[in-house]
Design a protein around this ligand. Structure first.
Ligand SMILES: [Zn+2]
Length: 240
């Protein structure tokens, strides 16, 4: 159960065209300033290529799975999905000497088969579901209404940490964060006060100084409004 207002802080680390993965450090500098632990959902390809870098992030933050190749799961069959996870787990064990416990689907595309497969592979939480989405934008992973707080889907032992916390149906993802004025966030965090918020972004968002400034301001408002920053592992532990 959530006792305090919580904010799940996460970064998706995937493609790297101009060294964006390295830019993740700029985001982590801001998280460190607010003493915020984070979960980095890393693809197997990024972990393979930036092994040392990701291992060093893993010392202060949680490293979780963002599939191996970032192909969307609506284009993969059961065997292909299984291979994505098995390859990731093998590499992760080699780097960290333990198994990953968290997963986020590429582009948030997940279904019941996917959730069941994650459970079978030993994952303890998933953070793919977006419980609300702006009506004007098509969302590939849409599954209808879902809870706004972390929950166990019916009959499952795997925790779902939804991408919750929104403004006019727009999730708190970086693409939107850079566009909306800070006053809108103040209204959400201080007046609307959702119990649970997921703040998600991509490593490449750090290439925008404007985004970094906005992120800093948002964390400052959240902290002042009494939100506790947590990574997936901590949210999972607090469910017990
Ligand atoms: Zn992604």
């Amino acid at each position: 159960m959530l006792k305090n207002k919580a904010c799940f802080v996460s970064i998706d680390v995937e493609y790297d065209i101009r060294g964006e993965v390295g830019l993740t450090n700029k985001i982590l500098d801001i998280f460190n300033k607010y003493e915020s632990p984070a979960t980095l959902f890393v693809t197997g390809e990024a972990l393979e290529k930036y092994r040392e870098q990701v291992a060093s992030w893993g010392r202060n933050h949680e490293i979780a799975c963002h599939s191996y190749t970032h192909r969307f799961w609506n284009t993969l069959n059961h065997e292909q999905r299984t291979k994505e996870l098995a390859d990731f787990i093998a590499l992760y064990k080699d780097v960290f000497q333990k198994e990953p416990i968290g997963f986020r689907a590429p582009s948030h595309v997940i279904d019941d088969d996917g959730i069941k497969l994650l459970e079978e592979k030993g994952f303890l939480y998933d953070s793919s579901i977006v419980p609300h989405y702006p009506p004007f934008k098509k969302y590939r992973g849409y599954r209808g209404k879902a809870p706004l707080l972390p929950y166990y889907p019916k009959g499952k032992k795997i925790l779902e940490i939804p991408n919750a916390g929104q403004i006019l149906g727009i999730p708190l993802a970086a693409a939107w964060v850079a566009k909306l004025p800070i006053l809108v966030y103040k209204t959400l965090f201080i007046i609307h006060k959702p119990m649970f918020i997921t703040l998600s972004m991509h490593s490449w968002d750090a290439s925008s100084p404007r985004y970094l400034k906005k992120l800093d301001e948002i964390l400052k408002i959240l902290k002042k409004a009494g939100y506790q920053f947590q990574n997936g592992k901590q949210i999972l532990a607090n469910q017990k």
